[in-house]
Write a protein that binds this ligand. Structure first.
Ligand code: AMP
Ligand code: MG
Length: 399
């Protein structure tokens, strides 16, 4: 049995970042850039008006009343060719190109007009309400470096720069194998001894939440040959294979035996963590295998601790490990002290500090508890009691 941090190191040492591929801008959402992005244009591409108002020469305004002749109107998208002369002003809309000769815009709310006469009552400063060409980004400058995670803001920026395709790291393809003779599909009626397969849905959505690709083989019976065939073909089509169930010491727990028979290299088969001790990690060529336990809370916990960092690393993310922070306990918690105990809690922020509330049973099948939780606090190995008011490290889940 190995320590949790050692297990994570082994996993990340065996995980390679996937190569880049060209994808459409929309497909690049929640993915990681595999190239530096250079601006192809100045942004804005022209001196741009940022208020509805009048474009004029600021040197012709005074501390008091000054008058101009309105010679026209420019709407967004149009371009005015004539040079503005002294004493002239042009009405201009937000987003329009400032006409040549004008160096400022005064807002429509601040002036009066009488026919084609504009009355200005203040000294307007040069540059007022104008965004200069290239002020936001200059042509040729690096906008994003390789490794940038693309959120809606980055996608919008890339659209402004004219990138309709971009090179991103490939997304790992993950194949799921759900084992257990007791399992029935969710649309089936429960009969004696059977339970519904929730792990498949838990895992599919955990993976989709990270924007990786997932395919499930569905329920596979606790049968060595059937599991062998499933794992073998999963290794052919996936970058990562995840199984649920069958990793303990029961008579029908065949995962480890099958993995060995296939020729995978088992790196560890149990970790000092609760829930989720019998988690198995193996490599097969450049593929990864995670044998997760069957209990839903253990599935969730081992996925978050061990699988999610591998998925994130493969897709090029730099933030592979979820950030931990100090959390003040609002309730008392217990642990056996033999393993790092992840206690699922609700974390609330009050006056700049984080507080953890007990949400009920931590038994590893207590998925209902999880539905009331947004995070975990970690009672490190050796700690048996943690009292209200004490501080533990915690983190949010589904990040
Ligand atoms: P195992 O690791 O196969 O011994 O399973 C441990 C526990 O998790 C047993 O109580 C199983 O019934 C339960 N379990 C296993 N697989 C699933 C699943 N896909 N959905 C819900 N519960 C499961
Ligand atoms: Mg089982």
């Amino acid at each position: 049995m190995i320590e949790t941090c050692r297990a994570l190191d082994i996993i990340l040492d065996n995980t390679a970042v996937l190569e880049g591929e060209r994808v459409s801008l929309i497909e690049s959402f929640k993915r990681v850039l595999a190239e530096n992005v250079v601006s192809r244009d100045d942004l804005p591409p022209f001196d741009k008006c940022c208020m509805d108002g009048y474009a004029l020469k600021s040197s012709h305004t005074v501390d008091g009343l000054s008058k101009f002749k309105i010679t026209g109107s420019i709407k967004a998208g149009d371009f005015w060719n004539e040079e503005i002369k002294a004493g002239e002003a042009v009405k201009i809309m937000t987003g329009a190109a400032v006409p040549p000769g004008a160096d400022a815009v005064i807002q429509v709310e601040k002036v009066k007009t009488e026919g084609d006469e504009l009355q200005v009552f203040e000294n307007v400063h040069t540059g007022n309400n104008i965004l200069k060409a290239g002020e936001e980004i200059e042509k040729g400058s690096i906008v994003f470096k390789s490794g940038k995670f693309l959120r809606p803001s980055e996608i919008g920026m890339l659209a402004s720069l004219g990138y309709n395709e971009i090179i991103c790291h490939k997304l790992p393809k993950i194949v799921l194998i759900i084992t257990g003779d007791e399992l029935i599909n969710i649309d089936e009626k429960i009969t004696r001894g059977k339970i519904r397969n929730c792990n498949e849905y838990l895992l599919v959505t955990l993976i989709k939440n990270l924007n990786a690709c997932v395919k499930s083989y569905g329920i596979i019976k606790d049968d060595k040959d059937k599991i062998f065939d499933a794992v073998k073909s999963a290794f052919e089509e996936g970058d990562i294979v995840i199984s649920s169930g069958g990793v303990s010491v029961g008579d029908y727990d065949f995962i480890e035996e099958v993995i060995e028979k296939i020729g995978a290299d088992i790196k560890f088969n149990s970790v000092k963590v609760k829930p989720g001790k019998p988690v198995t990690f193996a490599t097969f060529k450049d593929k990864l295998f995670f044998g997760l336990p069957g209990n839903p809370l253990a599935v969730m916990n081992t996925f978050e601790m061990f699988v999610a960092p591998a998925i994130k690393k493969m897709m090029g993310r730099r933030d592979v490990v979820t950030e931990q922070f100090p959390v003040i306990l609002k309730d008392n918690f217990k642990s056996k002290g033999d393993r790092d105990n992840c206690i699922y809690v609700n974390i609330k922020k009050q006056d700049g500090k984080y507080y953890a509330y007990n949400m009920g049973s931590q038994s590893s099948n207590a998925l209902f508890t999880l539905t009331r939780c947004n995070g975990v606090v970690i009672m490190k190995k050796g700690i048996k009691t943690a009292k209200a008011g004490e501080v533990l490290n915690g983190k949010f889940i589904f990040k």
